[in-house]
Design a protein around this ligand. Structure first.
Ligand SMILES: [Zn+2]
Length: 311
């Protein structure tokens, strides 16, 4: 791996800075079906009354016209990127993180032939630029302090103040939604959250521990964890109900456990290929690990006790 693509571990910790417990309400459920956010223990911000969402440009010229002065626009394969980051951050994120992660994730998981057209990506340098850009370019208020992916118009918005992990989270959604649109929410959010904090090992990504762990370990100790059979069968609406941040944490750390067993890529591909046989994925998890789900859950909980994260 070229040294310039190495992702300094310290930088991923930036992901946490600047956020409190902002939970203020749930946005319109119809809109949430179209938008995958980086949600979780922080917040879902109540939507202000929606204006009509703007049409997202799918050409470099269109991105330039829309964003205007102060935004650098580039085309990278099937992605268009517009950002007001300074040159150093821009090169790190667009030429480094973005290119590396797209290649690594496609190689490991998302290998269906690309065919969905361009993904338009907006990376805003800070919270003020993010809020302003969402209003002017997309025609909406933030649904998350981090960013989101819009499925129907295939676009990503990212508040870079929350760190580069947000882009990787939403990028994972954009790649998976094309590759495995029927993926259940535990897998979609589990994998997106897994790679929001990761490191590069050769040409693959590995999820690292992150801020979602303390809530999960507290739930484990208090006997409040959602049983795996229930988590795997959850609808998006149930997943995003009261215990949303715990559902994110459980899904992330179940995917991390499967990744450490070396079973995640094989499981993902089998599941994608035959998902109509079991849309929850339970059958494929059991086949990948070679045990009934209850035994996998017991192993996973033991493994969780030894996971550690410190801010
Ligand atoms: Zn997400």
């Amino acid at each position: 791996m070229a040294a310039r693509y190495a992702i300094p571990p310290g930088l991923w910790l930036v992901f946490l800075l600047g956020f409190g417990q902002l939970r203020a309400g749930e946005p319109d459920p119809g809109l949430r079906n179209d938008l995958a956010s980086a949600g979780g223990s922080i917040a879902v911000i109540r939507l202000a009354p929606m204006r009509r969402q703007a049409e997202i440009p799918k050409t470099l010229e269109g991105m330039r016209r829309l964003t205007g002065d102060g935004f650098l626009c580039v085309e990278r394969g099937d992605r268009l990127v517009a950002s007001d980051l300074g040159p150093g951050d821009y090169e790190y994120l667009v030429d480094g993180v973005l290119d590396y992660c797209v290649t690594a994730l496609r190689q490991a998981f998302f290998d269906s032939p690309a065919g969905g057209g361009k993904v338009s990506i907006f990376v805003f340098r800070d919270h003020a630029s993010y809020v302003d850009g969402l209003r002017r370019f997309i025609g909406m208020e933030p649904i998350s302090p981090y960013g989101h992916y819009g499925h129907s118009q295939r676009y990503i918005v990212v508040n870079y103040e929350t760190g580069p992990g947000t882009l990787v989270h939403e990028l994972t959604h954009s790649l998976m939604s094309e590759d495995f649109p029927a993926a259940p929410i535990w897998l979609a959010e589990g994998m997106a959250s897994l790679y929001e904090q990761c490191r590069a090992e050769g040409d693959v990504l590995r999820g690292d521990d992150n801020w979602r762990l303390p809530e999960l370990k507290a739930a484990l100790e208090a006997g409040r964890m959602v049983p795996l059979a229930k988590l795997l069968a959850m609808s998006p609406a149930d997943f995003r109900s009261g215990r949303e941040s715990l559902n994110y944490a459980e899904s992330r750390y179940f995917c991390k456990f499967l990744e450490e067993l070396g079973r995640l890529p094989g499981l993902y591909k089998n599941f994608r290929q035959r998902s109509e046989a079991d849309p929850t994925g339970r059958k494929f998890v059991e086949a990948a690990v070679g045990k009934p789900l209850e035994a996998i859950e017991a192993d996973w909980r033991r493994w969780l006790q030894f996971q550690y994260w410190k801010e």
